[in-house]
Design a protein around this ligand. Structure first.
Ligand SMILES: Nc1ncnc2c1ncn2[C@@H]1O[C@H](COP(=O)(O)OP(=O)(O)OP(=O)(O)O)[C@@H](O)[C@H]1O
Ligand SMILES: [Mg+2]
Length: 196
């Protein structure tokens, strides 16, 4: 990725779910490298719809028009296979609920390693995983990694989802962050990122 003044993400869209009034009307948004944005709005105002539109994850019942350009790629017309490569590697989605996002049957270390291997299959993983855990104020010991999602707190679960997402992508969307993570984002700097 090169440093430039061009937006990393440029969005100009409208969206409506079948049979309902439009949720997003001519929404325009630009995010440049290393910018961090917050998006505030009432419940049901369309925040998740915007993020799902950017990720190409809206259900077919949602009519989306306009343009979403990420790093020069038009995400609304790109092939599904290319979009799949961008998702996770270049754009990450940090879901709001750890209980819904984490697999209750797998140890958290297993889930972290799976996320890491999806991005960088051939590189040494342990040190980078431990570094990322420290960056989100989680213990980096093996005993912690051997726990199941039900054996960690909700706050630790949120930070674990963030750790999984920051293992490499350039752009992060998150439903919630906490103060420790925001502080470490500026201090530890896990990579070029913009959050929403
Ligand atoms: N799959 C769907 N089918 C139909 N309507 C939907 C669907 N998903 C969301 N909506 C509606 O679209 C509107 C925007 O929803 P959205 O989830 O984007 O809001 P939000 O701003 O993220 O809300 P919250 O803060 O509660 O998470 C709401 O009126 C919601 O009921
Ligand atoms: Mg939402």
């Amino acid at each position: 990725m090169t440093q430039s003044n061009n937006p990393l993400l440029s969005v100009s869209i409208s969206a409506s779910y079948a049979g309902n009034k439009p949720v997003l009307r001519h929404l325009i948004l630009e995010i440049r490298e290393r910018e961090i944005h917050g998006l505030a709005g009432g419940s049901g105002s369309g925040k998740s719809t915007l993020v799902l539109a950017i990720m190409g994850l809206l259900p077919p019942t949602c009519k989306l028009t306009g343009k979403v350009s990420f790093n020069g790629v038009d995400l609304l017309s790109v092939s599904e296979s290319k979009l799949r490569r961008i998702r996770g590697r270049e754009i990450a989605l940090i879901l709001q609920s750890p209980t819904a996002a984490l697999n209750p049957m797998l140890r958290i270390g297993t889930q972290l390693r799976e996320a890491w291997r999806a991005h960088k299959p051939r590189q040494d993983e342990n040190e980078e995983i431990r570094q990322t855990l420290r960056c989100v104020s989680l213990p980096d010991e093996e005993a912690f990694l051997r726990r199941y999602p039900s054996e960690i707190s909700v706050g630790q679960g949120h930070r674990l989802l963030i750790a999984m997402a920051v293992l490499s992508p350039w752009l992060h969307h998150c439903g919630r962050t906490d103060q420790r993570v925001r502080r470490n984002y500026t201090k530890g700097d896990p990579g070029p990122a913009a959050g929403m």
